[in-house]
Design a protein around this ligand. Structure first.
Ligand code: NAP
Length: 645
């Protein structure tokens, strides 16, 4: 018996009217590709009806309303015929046609070098190719290789899933009482993801359930919980337990992992390998403002939102307005008496009218039932955020006025973003002067915006203050001009300790080398994963792996865990006790990464503050690499690059 490809859709018997209603919500170009799967007829995409362009978050491909209506009319017949025929699929399209479909959907050639990565990402064949095959290794050899994973956010959970599939014993240590990491901790009002959810989810998990295109925090946390339950990972997690430190034992080739549970009890676990999955935006950073402890009202960090404090009808100060503050302010503004936002730097924002839009029921139905609809939809979002953004982030050394923009493309983005801001502020020149950033576009994390931020700023009860803060008193916030803003609550939306990787754990490797001292605030790792002197210690979302120009961290995590499980397989298979990257391999990668980063917009000297930069203004958190390169480099480890002992 052959099993049905899970992406081919569940057979259905819905009536014509229900199907017609579902079609109203769909991405029309994506629907047309599903029609091709249902009929096997490539002429569907070879006629006049086609998308005219691709732009981030634009899933309709700029088709006219008439054309969309015509496609819906044709689709209804195709889908009803398919249903009436018992939902049987003709033979799948061959590789050439698949490539034609890709190119057609994104209105640009998908270069040959991308095809294997995209096909794997889409899983059209229903095969999860990112699983490393451990079947050749004996059960005993695997059982003798316990692994400790630190953190149960999206990457730690993924590590657990992959280790379980591989038959490797593992324990996940999580400081919180539940799964989700960032999506557990950040429960502030308005918290939501800003990467399209049909792509911001595991490639091997269904994506038919999202209720919003950019889901809010509770839905994201629930997603990770559900995935955890489906894979039965929870029994291997030690909740409310913190890793204090880990020590490498050369003689036994093991790590001793010191943990402390909620009741204060300390314990030592022994592991052959440690996977750090602690994230980069994990430890809240409070600003170094005088008098911060003297405030008599309630105050808390955005990532530690105090839900026992009722902000309704209160006077609130929000210090800092990056990605978090940008979501908080519009959400709380209608309910507070006054909101004063202290923002040091203005933020560039990207127009996305659909940012808060609900996913229509038709989308959920289509992902469940229409062959490969969900897979092509994933590809559509993936491709728009793939490597194009990286090129736009590259500095053109010949381009003038680098403090304004760094290339022609970048100048175009600046113009587009400026127009978007200007048209919303309509004539309020004072506000306009405060909200147009004075550094190149995309130099910091560009925020998704549907207009709610500027709308909030124009409310009578909201004030945006761009003056420096002098200090905080018992009553409120004092700016450099001596003005005191009296408030009841202060929210610090001031970001995270991003250069202190793995802080505050003490990781002690070979020769008693302590990782935090070895790194300082210039953390580095080969492929963002491995470090010399720290055998069998692997990072997920490690140094140099944050994505500032597109992609999704889940994509990166899937690359990293495949590489890490590949390393574990090599260790077990070869009977090795340890592996570390060769110093020269690590150093060459670091130099290459640094050189690349220096030529990108994020390093612009016009940006004095950004969480991308360390104390010397250098960047160690971001990846300057194309997704296709990172994917290629992490497909499997090359043990020639490692010292295997
Ligand atoms: P952030 O982007 O680092 O923003 C921190 C804010 O606090 C900035 O406005 C910063 O000003 C200000 N600030 C920091 N120290 C200050 C000081 N001493 N005095 C005055 N102002 C100070 O932090 P975040 O907003 O928490 O976001 C961090 C990252 O988390 C984002 O870039 C994103 O990657 C992720 N995130 C994502 C989402 C999402 O997916 N929707 C939501 C939230 C966060 P300057 O700009 O001048 O430094």
């Amino acid at each position: 018996m052959t099993t049905r490809n899970i992406h081919a859709g569940i057979p259905f018997t819905d009536d014509d009217a229900a199907i017609a209603a579902a079609l109203e919500n769909l991405s029309i170009p994506t629907l047309m590709l599903s029609m091709l799967h249902m009929t096997g007829d490539p002429e569907i995409i070879r006629g006049e009806l086609k998308p005219q362009g691709l732009f981030l978050n634009e899933v309709q491909g700029y088709m006219s309303e008439e054309d969309k209506a015509e496609v819906r009319r044709l689709a209804l017949k195709v889908i009803c015929d398919y249903r009436d025929g018992g939902c049987k699929l003709p033979p799948p399209p061959g590789p050439e046609l698949i490539q034609e479909m890709m190119t057609w959907l994104v209105c640009a050639e998908v270069p040959e070098e991308y095809i294997p990565m995209v096909l794997e990402e889409m899983e059209l064949d229903g095969i999860d190719a990112r699983q490393v095959d451990f079947s050749g290794l004996s059960e005993k050899a695997r059982a003798d290789f316990p692994v400790v994973v630190i953190g149960c956010g999206q990457s730690g959970l993924l590590a657990g899933i992959r280790l379980k599939e591989a038959g490797i014993p593992y324990t996940i240590i999580e400081k919180n009482p539940d799964v989700g990491g960032t999506w557990y901790e950040n429960s502030y009002p308005g918290c939501r993801v800003d990467v399209g959810n049909h792509f911001y989810c595991y490639s091997f998990e269904p994506s038919d359930h999202w209720t919003e295109f950019f889901a809010r925090q509770p839905e994201l946390q629930a997603y990770f919980k559900e995935v955890m339950e489906r894979h039965d990972i929870a029994p291997q997690v030690r909740w409310e337990t913190e890793v204090l430190g880990t020590n490498w034992n050369e003689d036994s080739g093991t790590w001793s992992v010191n943990i402390r549970s909620a009741n204060g009890k300390e314990e030592v676990l022994t592991a052959r390998a440690v996977i750090s999955a602690v994230g980069q935006l994990n430890r809240p950073k409070l600003p170094d403002i005088k008098g911060i402890d003297s405030f008599e009202g309630s105050c808390f960090h955005s990532a530690q939102w105090d839900h026992s404090v009722d902000y309704k009808g209160k006077r609130v100060a929000m210090i800092g307005a990056g990605a978090s503050g940008f979501q908080i302010a519009p959400t709380i503004a209608p309910d507070v008496a006054e909101l004063t936002i202290f923002q040091r730097s203005a933020q560039w924002m990207f127009p996305n009218p659909d940012y808060h839009k609900k996913v229509g029921p038709g989308v959920q139905w289509a992902i469940q039932h229409l062959p490969f609809y969900g897979r092509w939809y994933r590809f559509l979002i993936f491709w728009a955020g793939c490597d194009g953004g990286l090129e736009s982030a590259r500095v053109d050394p010949e381009w003038p006025n680098q403090h304004i923009s760094i290339s022609e493309n970048n100048d175009f983005a600046r113009q587009m973003f400026t127009d978007w801001i200007t048209e919303q502020v309509a004539g309020d020149t004072e506000l306009l002067a405060k909200v147009i950033p004075d550094y190149p576009a995309t130099g910091k994390r560009t925020l998704q915006d549907n207009g709610s931020w500027l709308k909030a700023l124009t409310r009578d009860n909201v004030e945006l203050v761009r003056d420096d803060i002098s200090h905080i008193t018992a009553k409120g916030v004092v700016t450099a001009d001596g003005h005191l803003t009296e408030v009841d609550i202060i929210v610090f939306a001031t970001g995270f300790e991003t250069s202190k990787f793995l802080f505050p754990m003490k990781v002690t490797g070979r020769d008693n080398t302590v990782l935090s001292e070895y790194w300082g605030d210039s953390p580095a790792a080969y492929l963002g994963i491995t470090m010399p002197l720290f055998p069998n210690f692997f990072c997920m979302y490690g140094p140099g792996t944050n994505l500032a120009s597109g992609g999704s961290l889940i994509f990166h995590s899937e690359c990293q865990i495949r590489y890490i499980t590949g390393c574990i397989k090599e260790l077990i298979d070869g009977g090795y006790s340890s592996m570390v990257p060769r110093q020269e391999v690590h150093d060459e990668y670091y130099q290459r990464t640094q050189k690349e980063l220096e030529g990108m917009v994020w390093s612009s000297k016009a940006i004095p503050h950004s969480w991308y930069k360390n104390s010397e203004g250098k960047i160690h958190v971001l990846s300057p690499w194309r997704l296709v390169d990172y994917w290629t480099w992490t497909r499997e480890p090359d043990i020639a690059e490692y010292v295997m002992e």
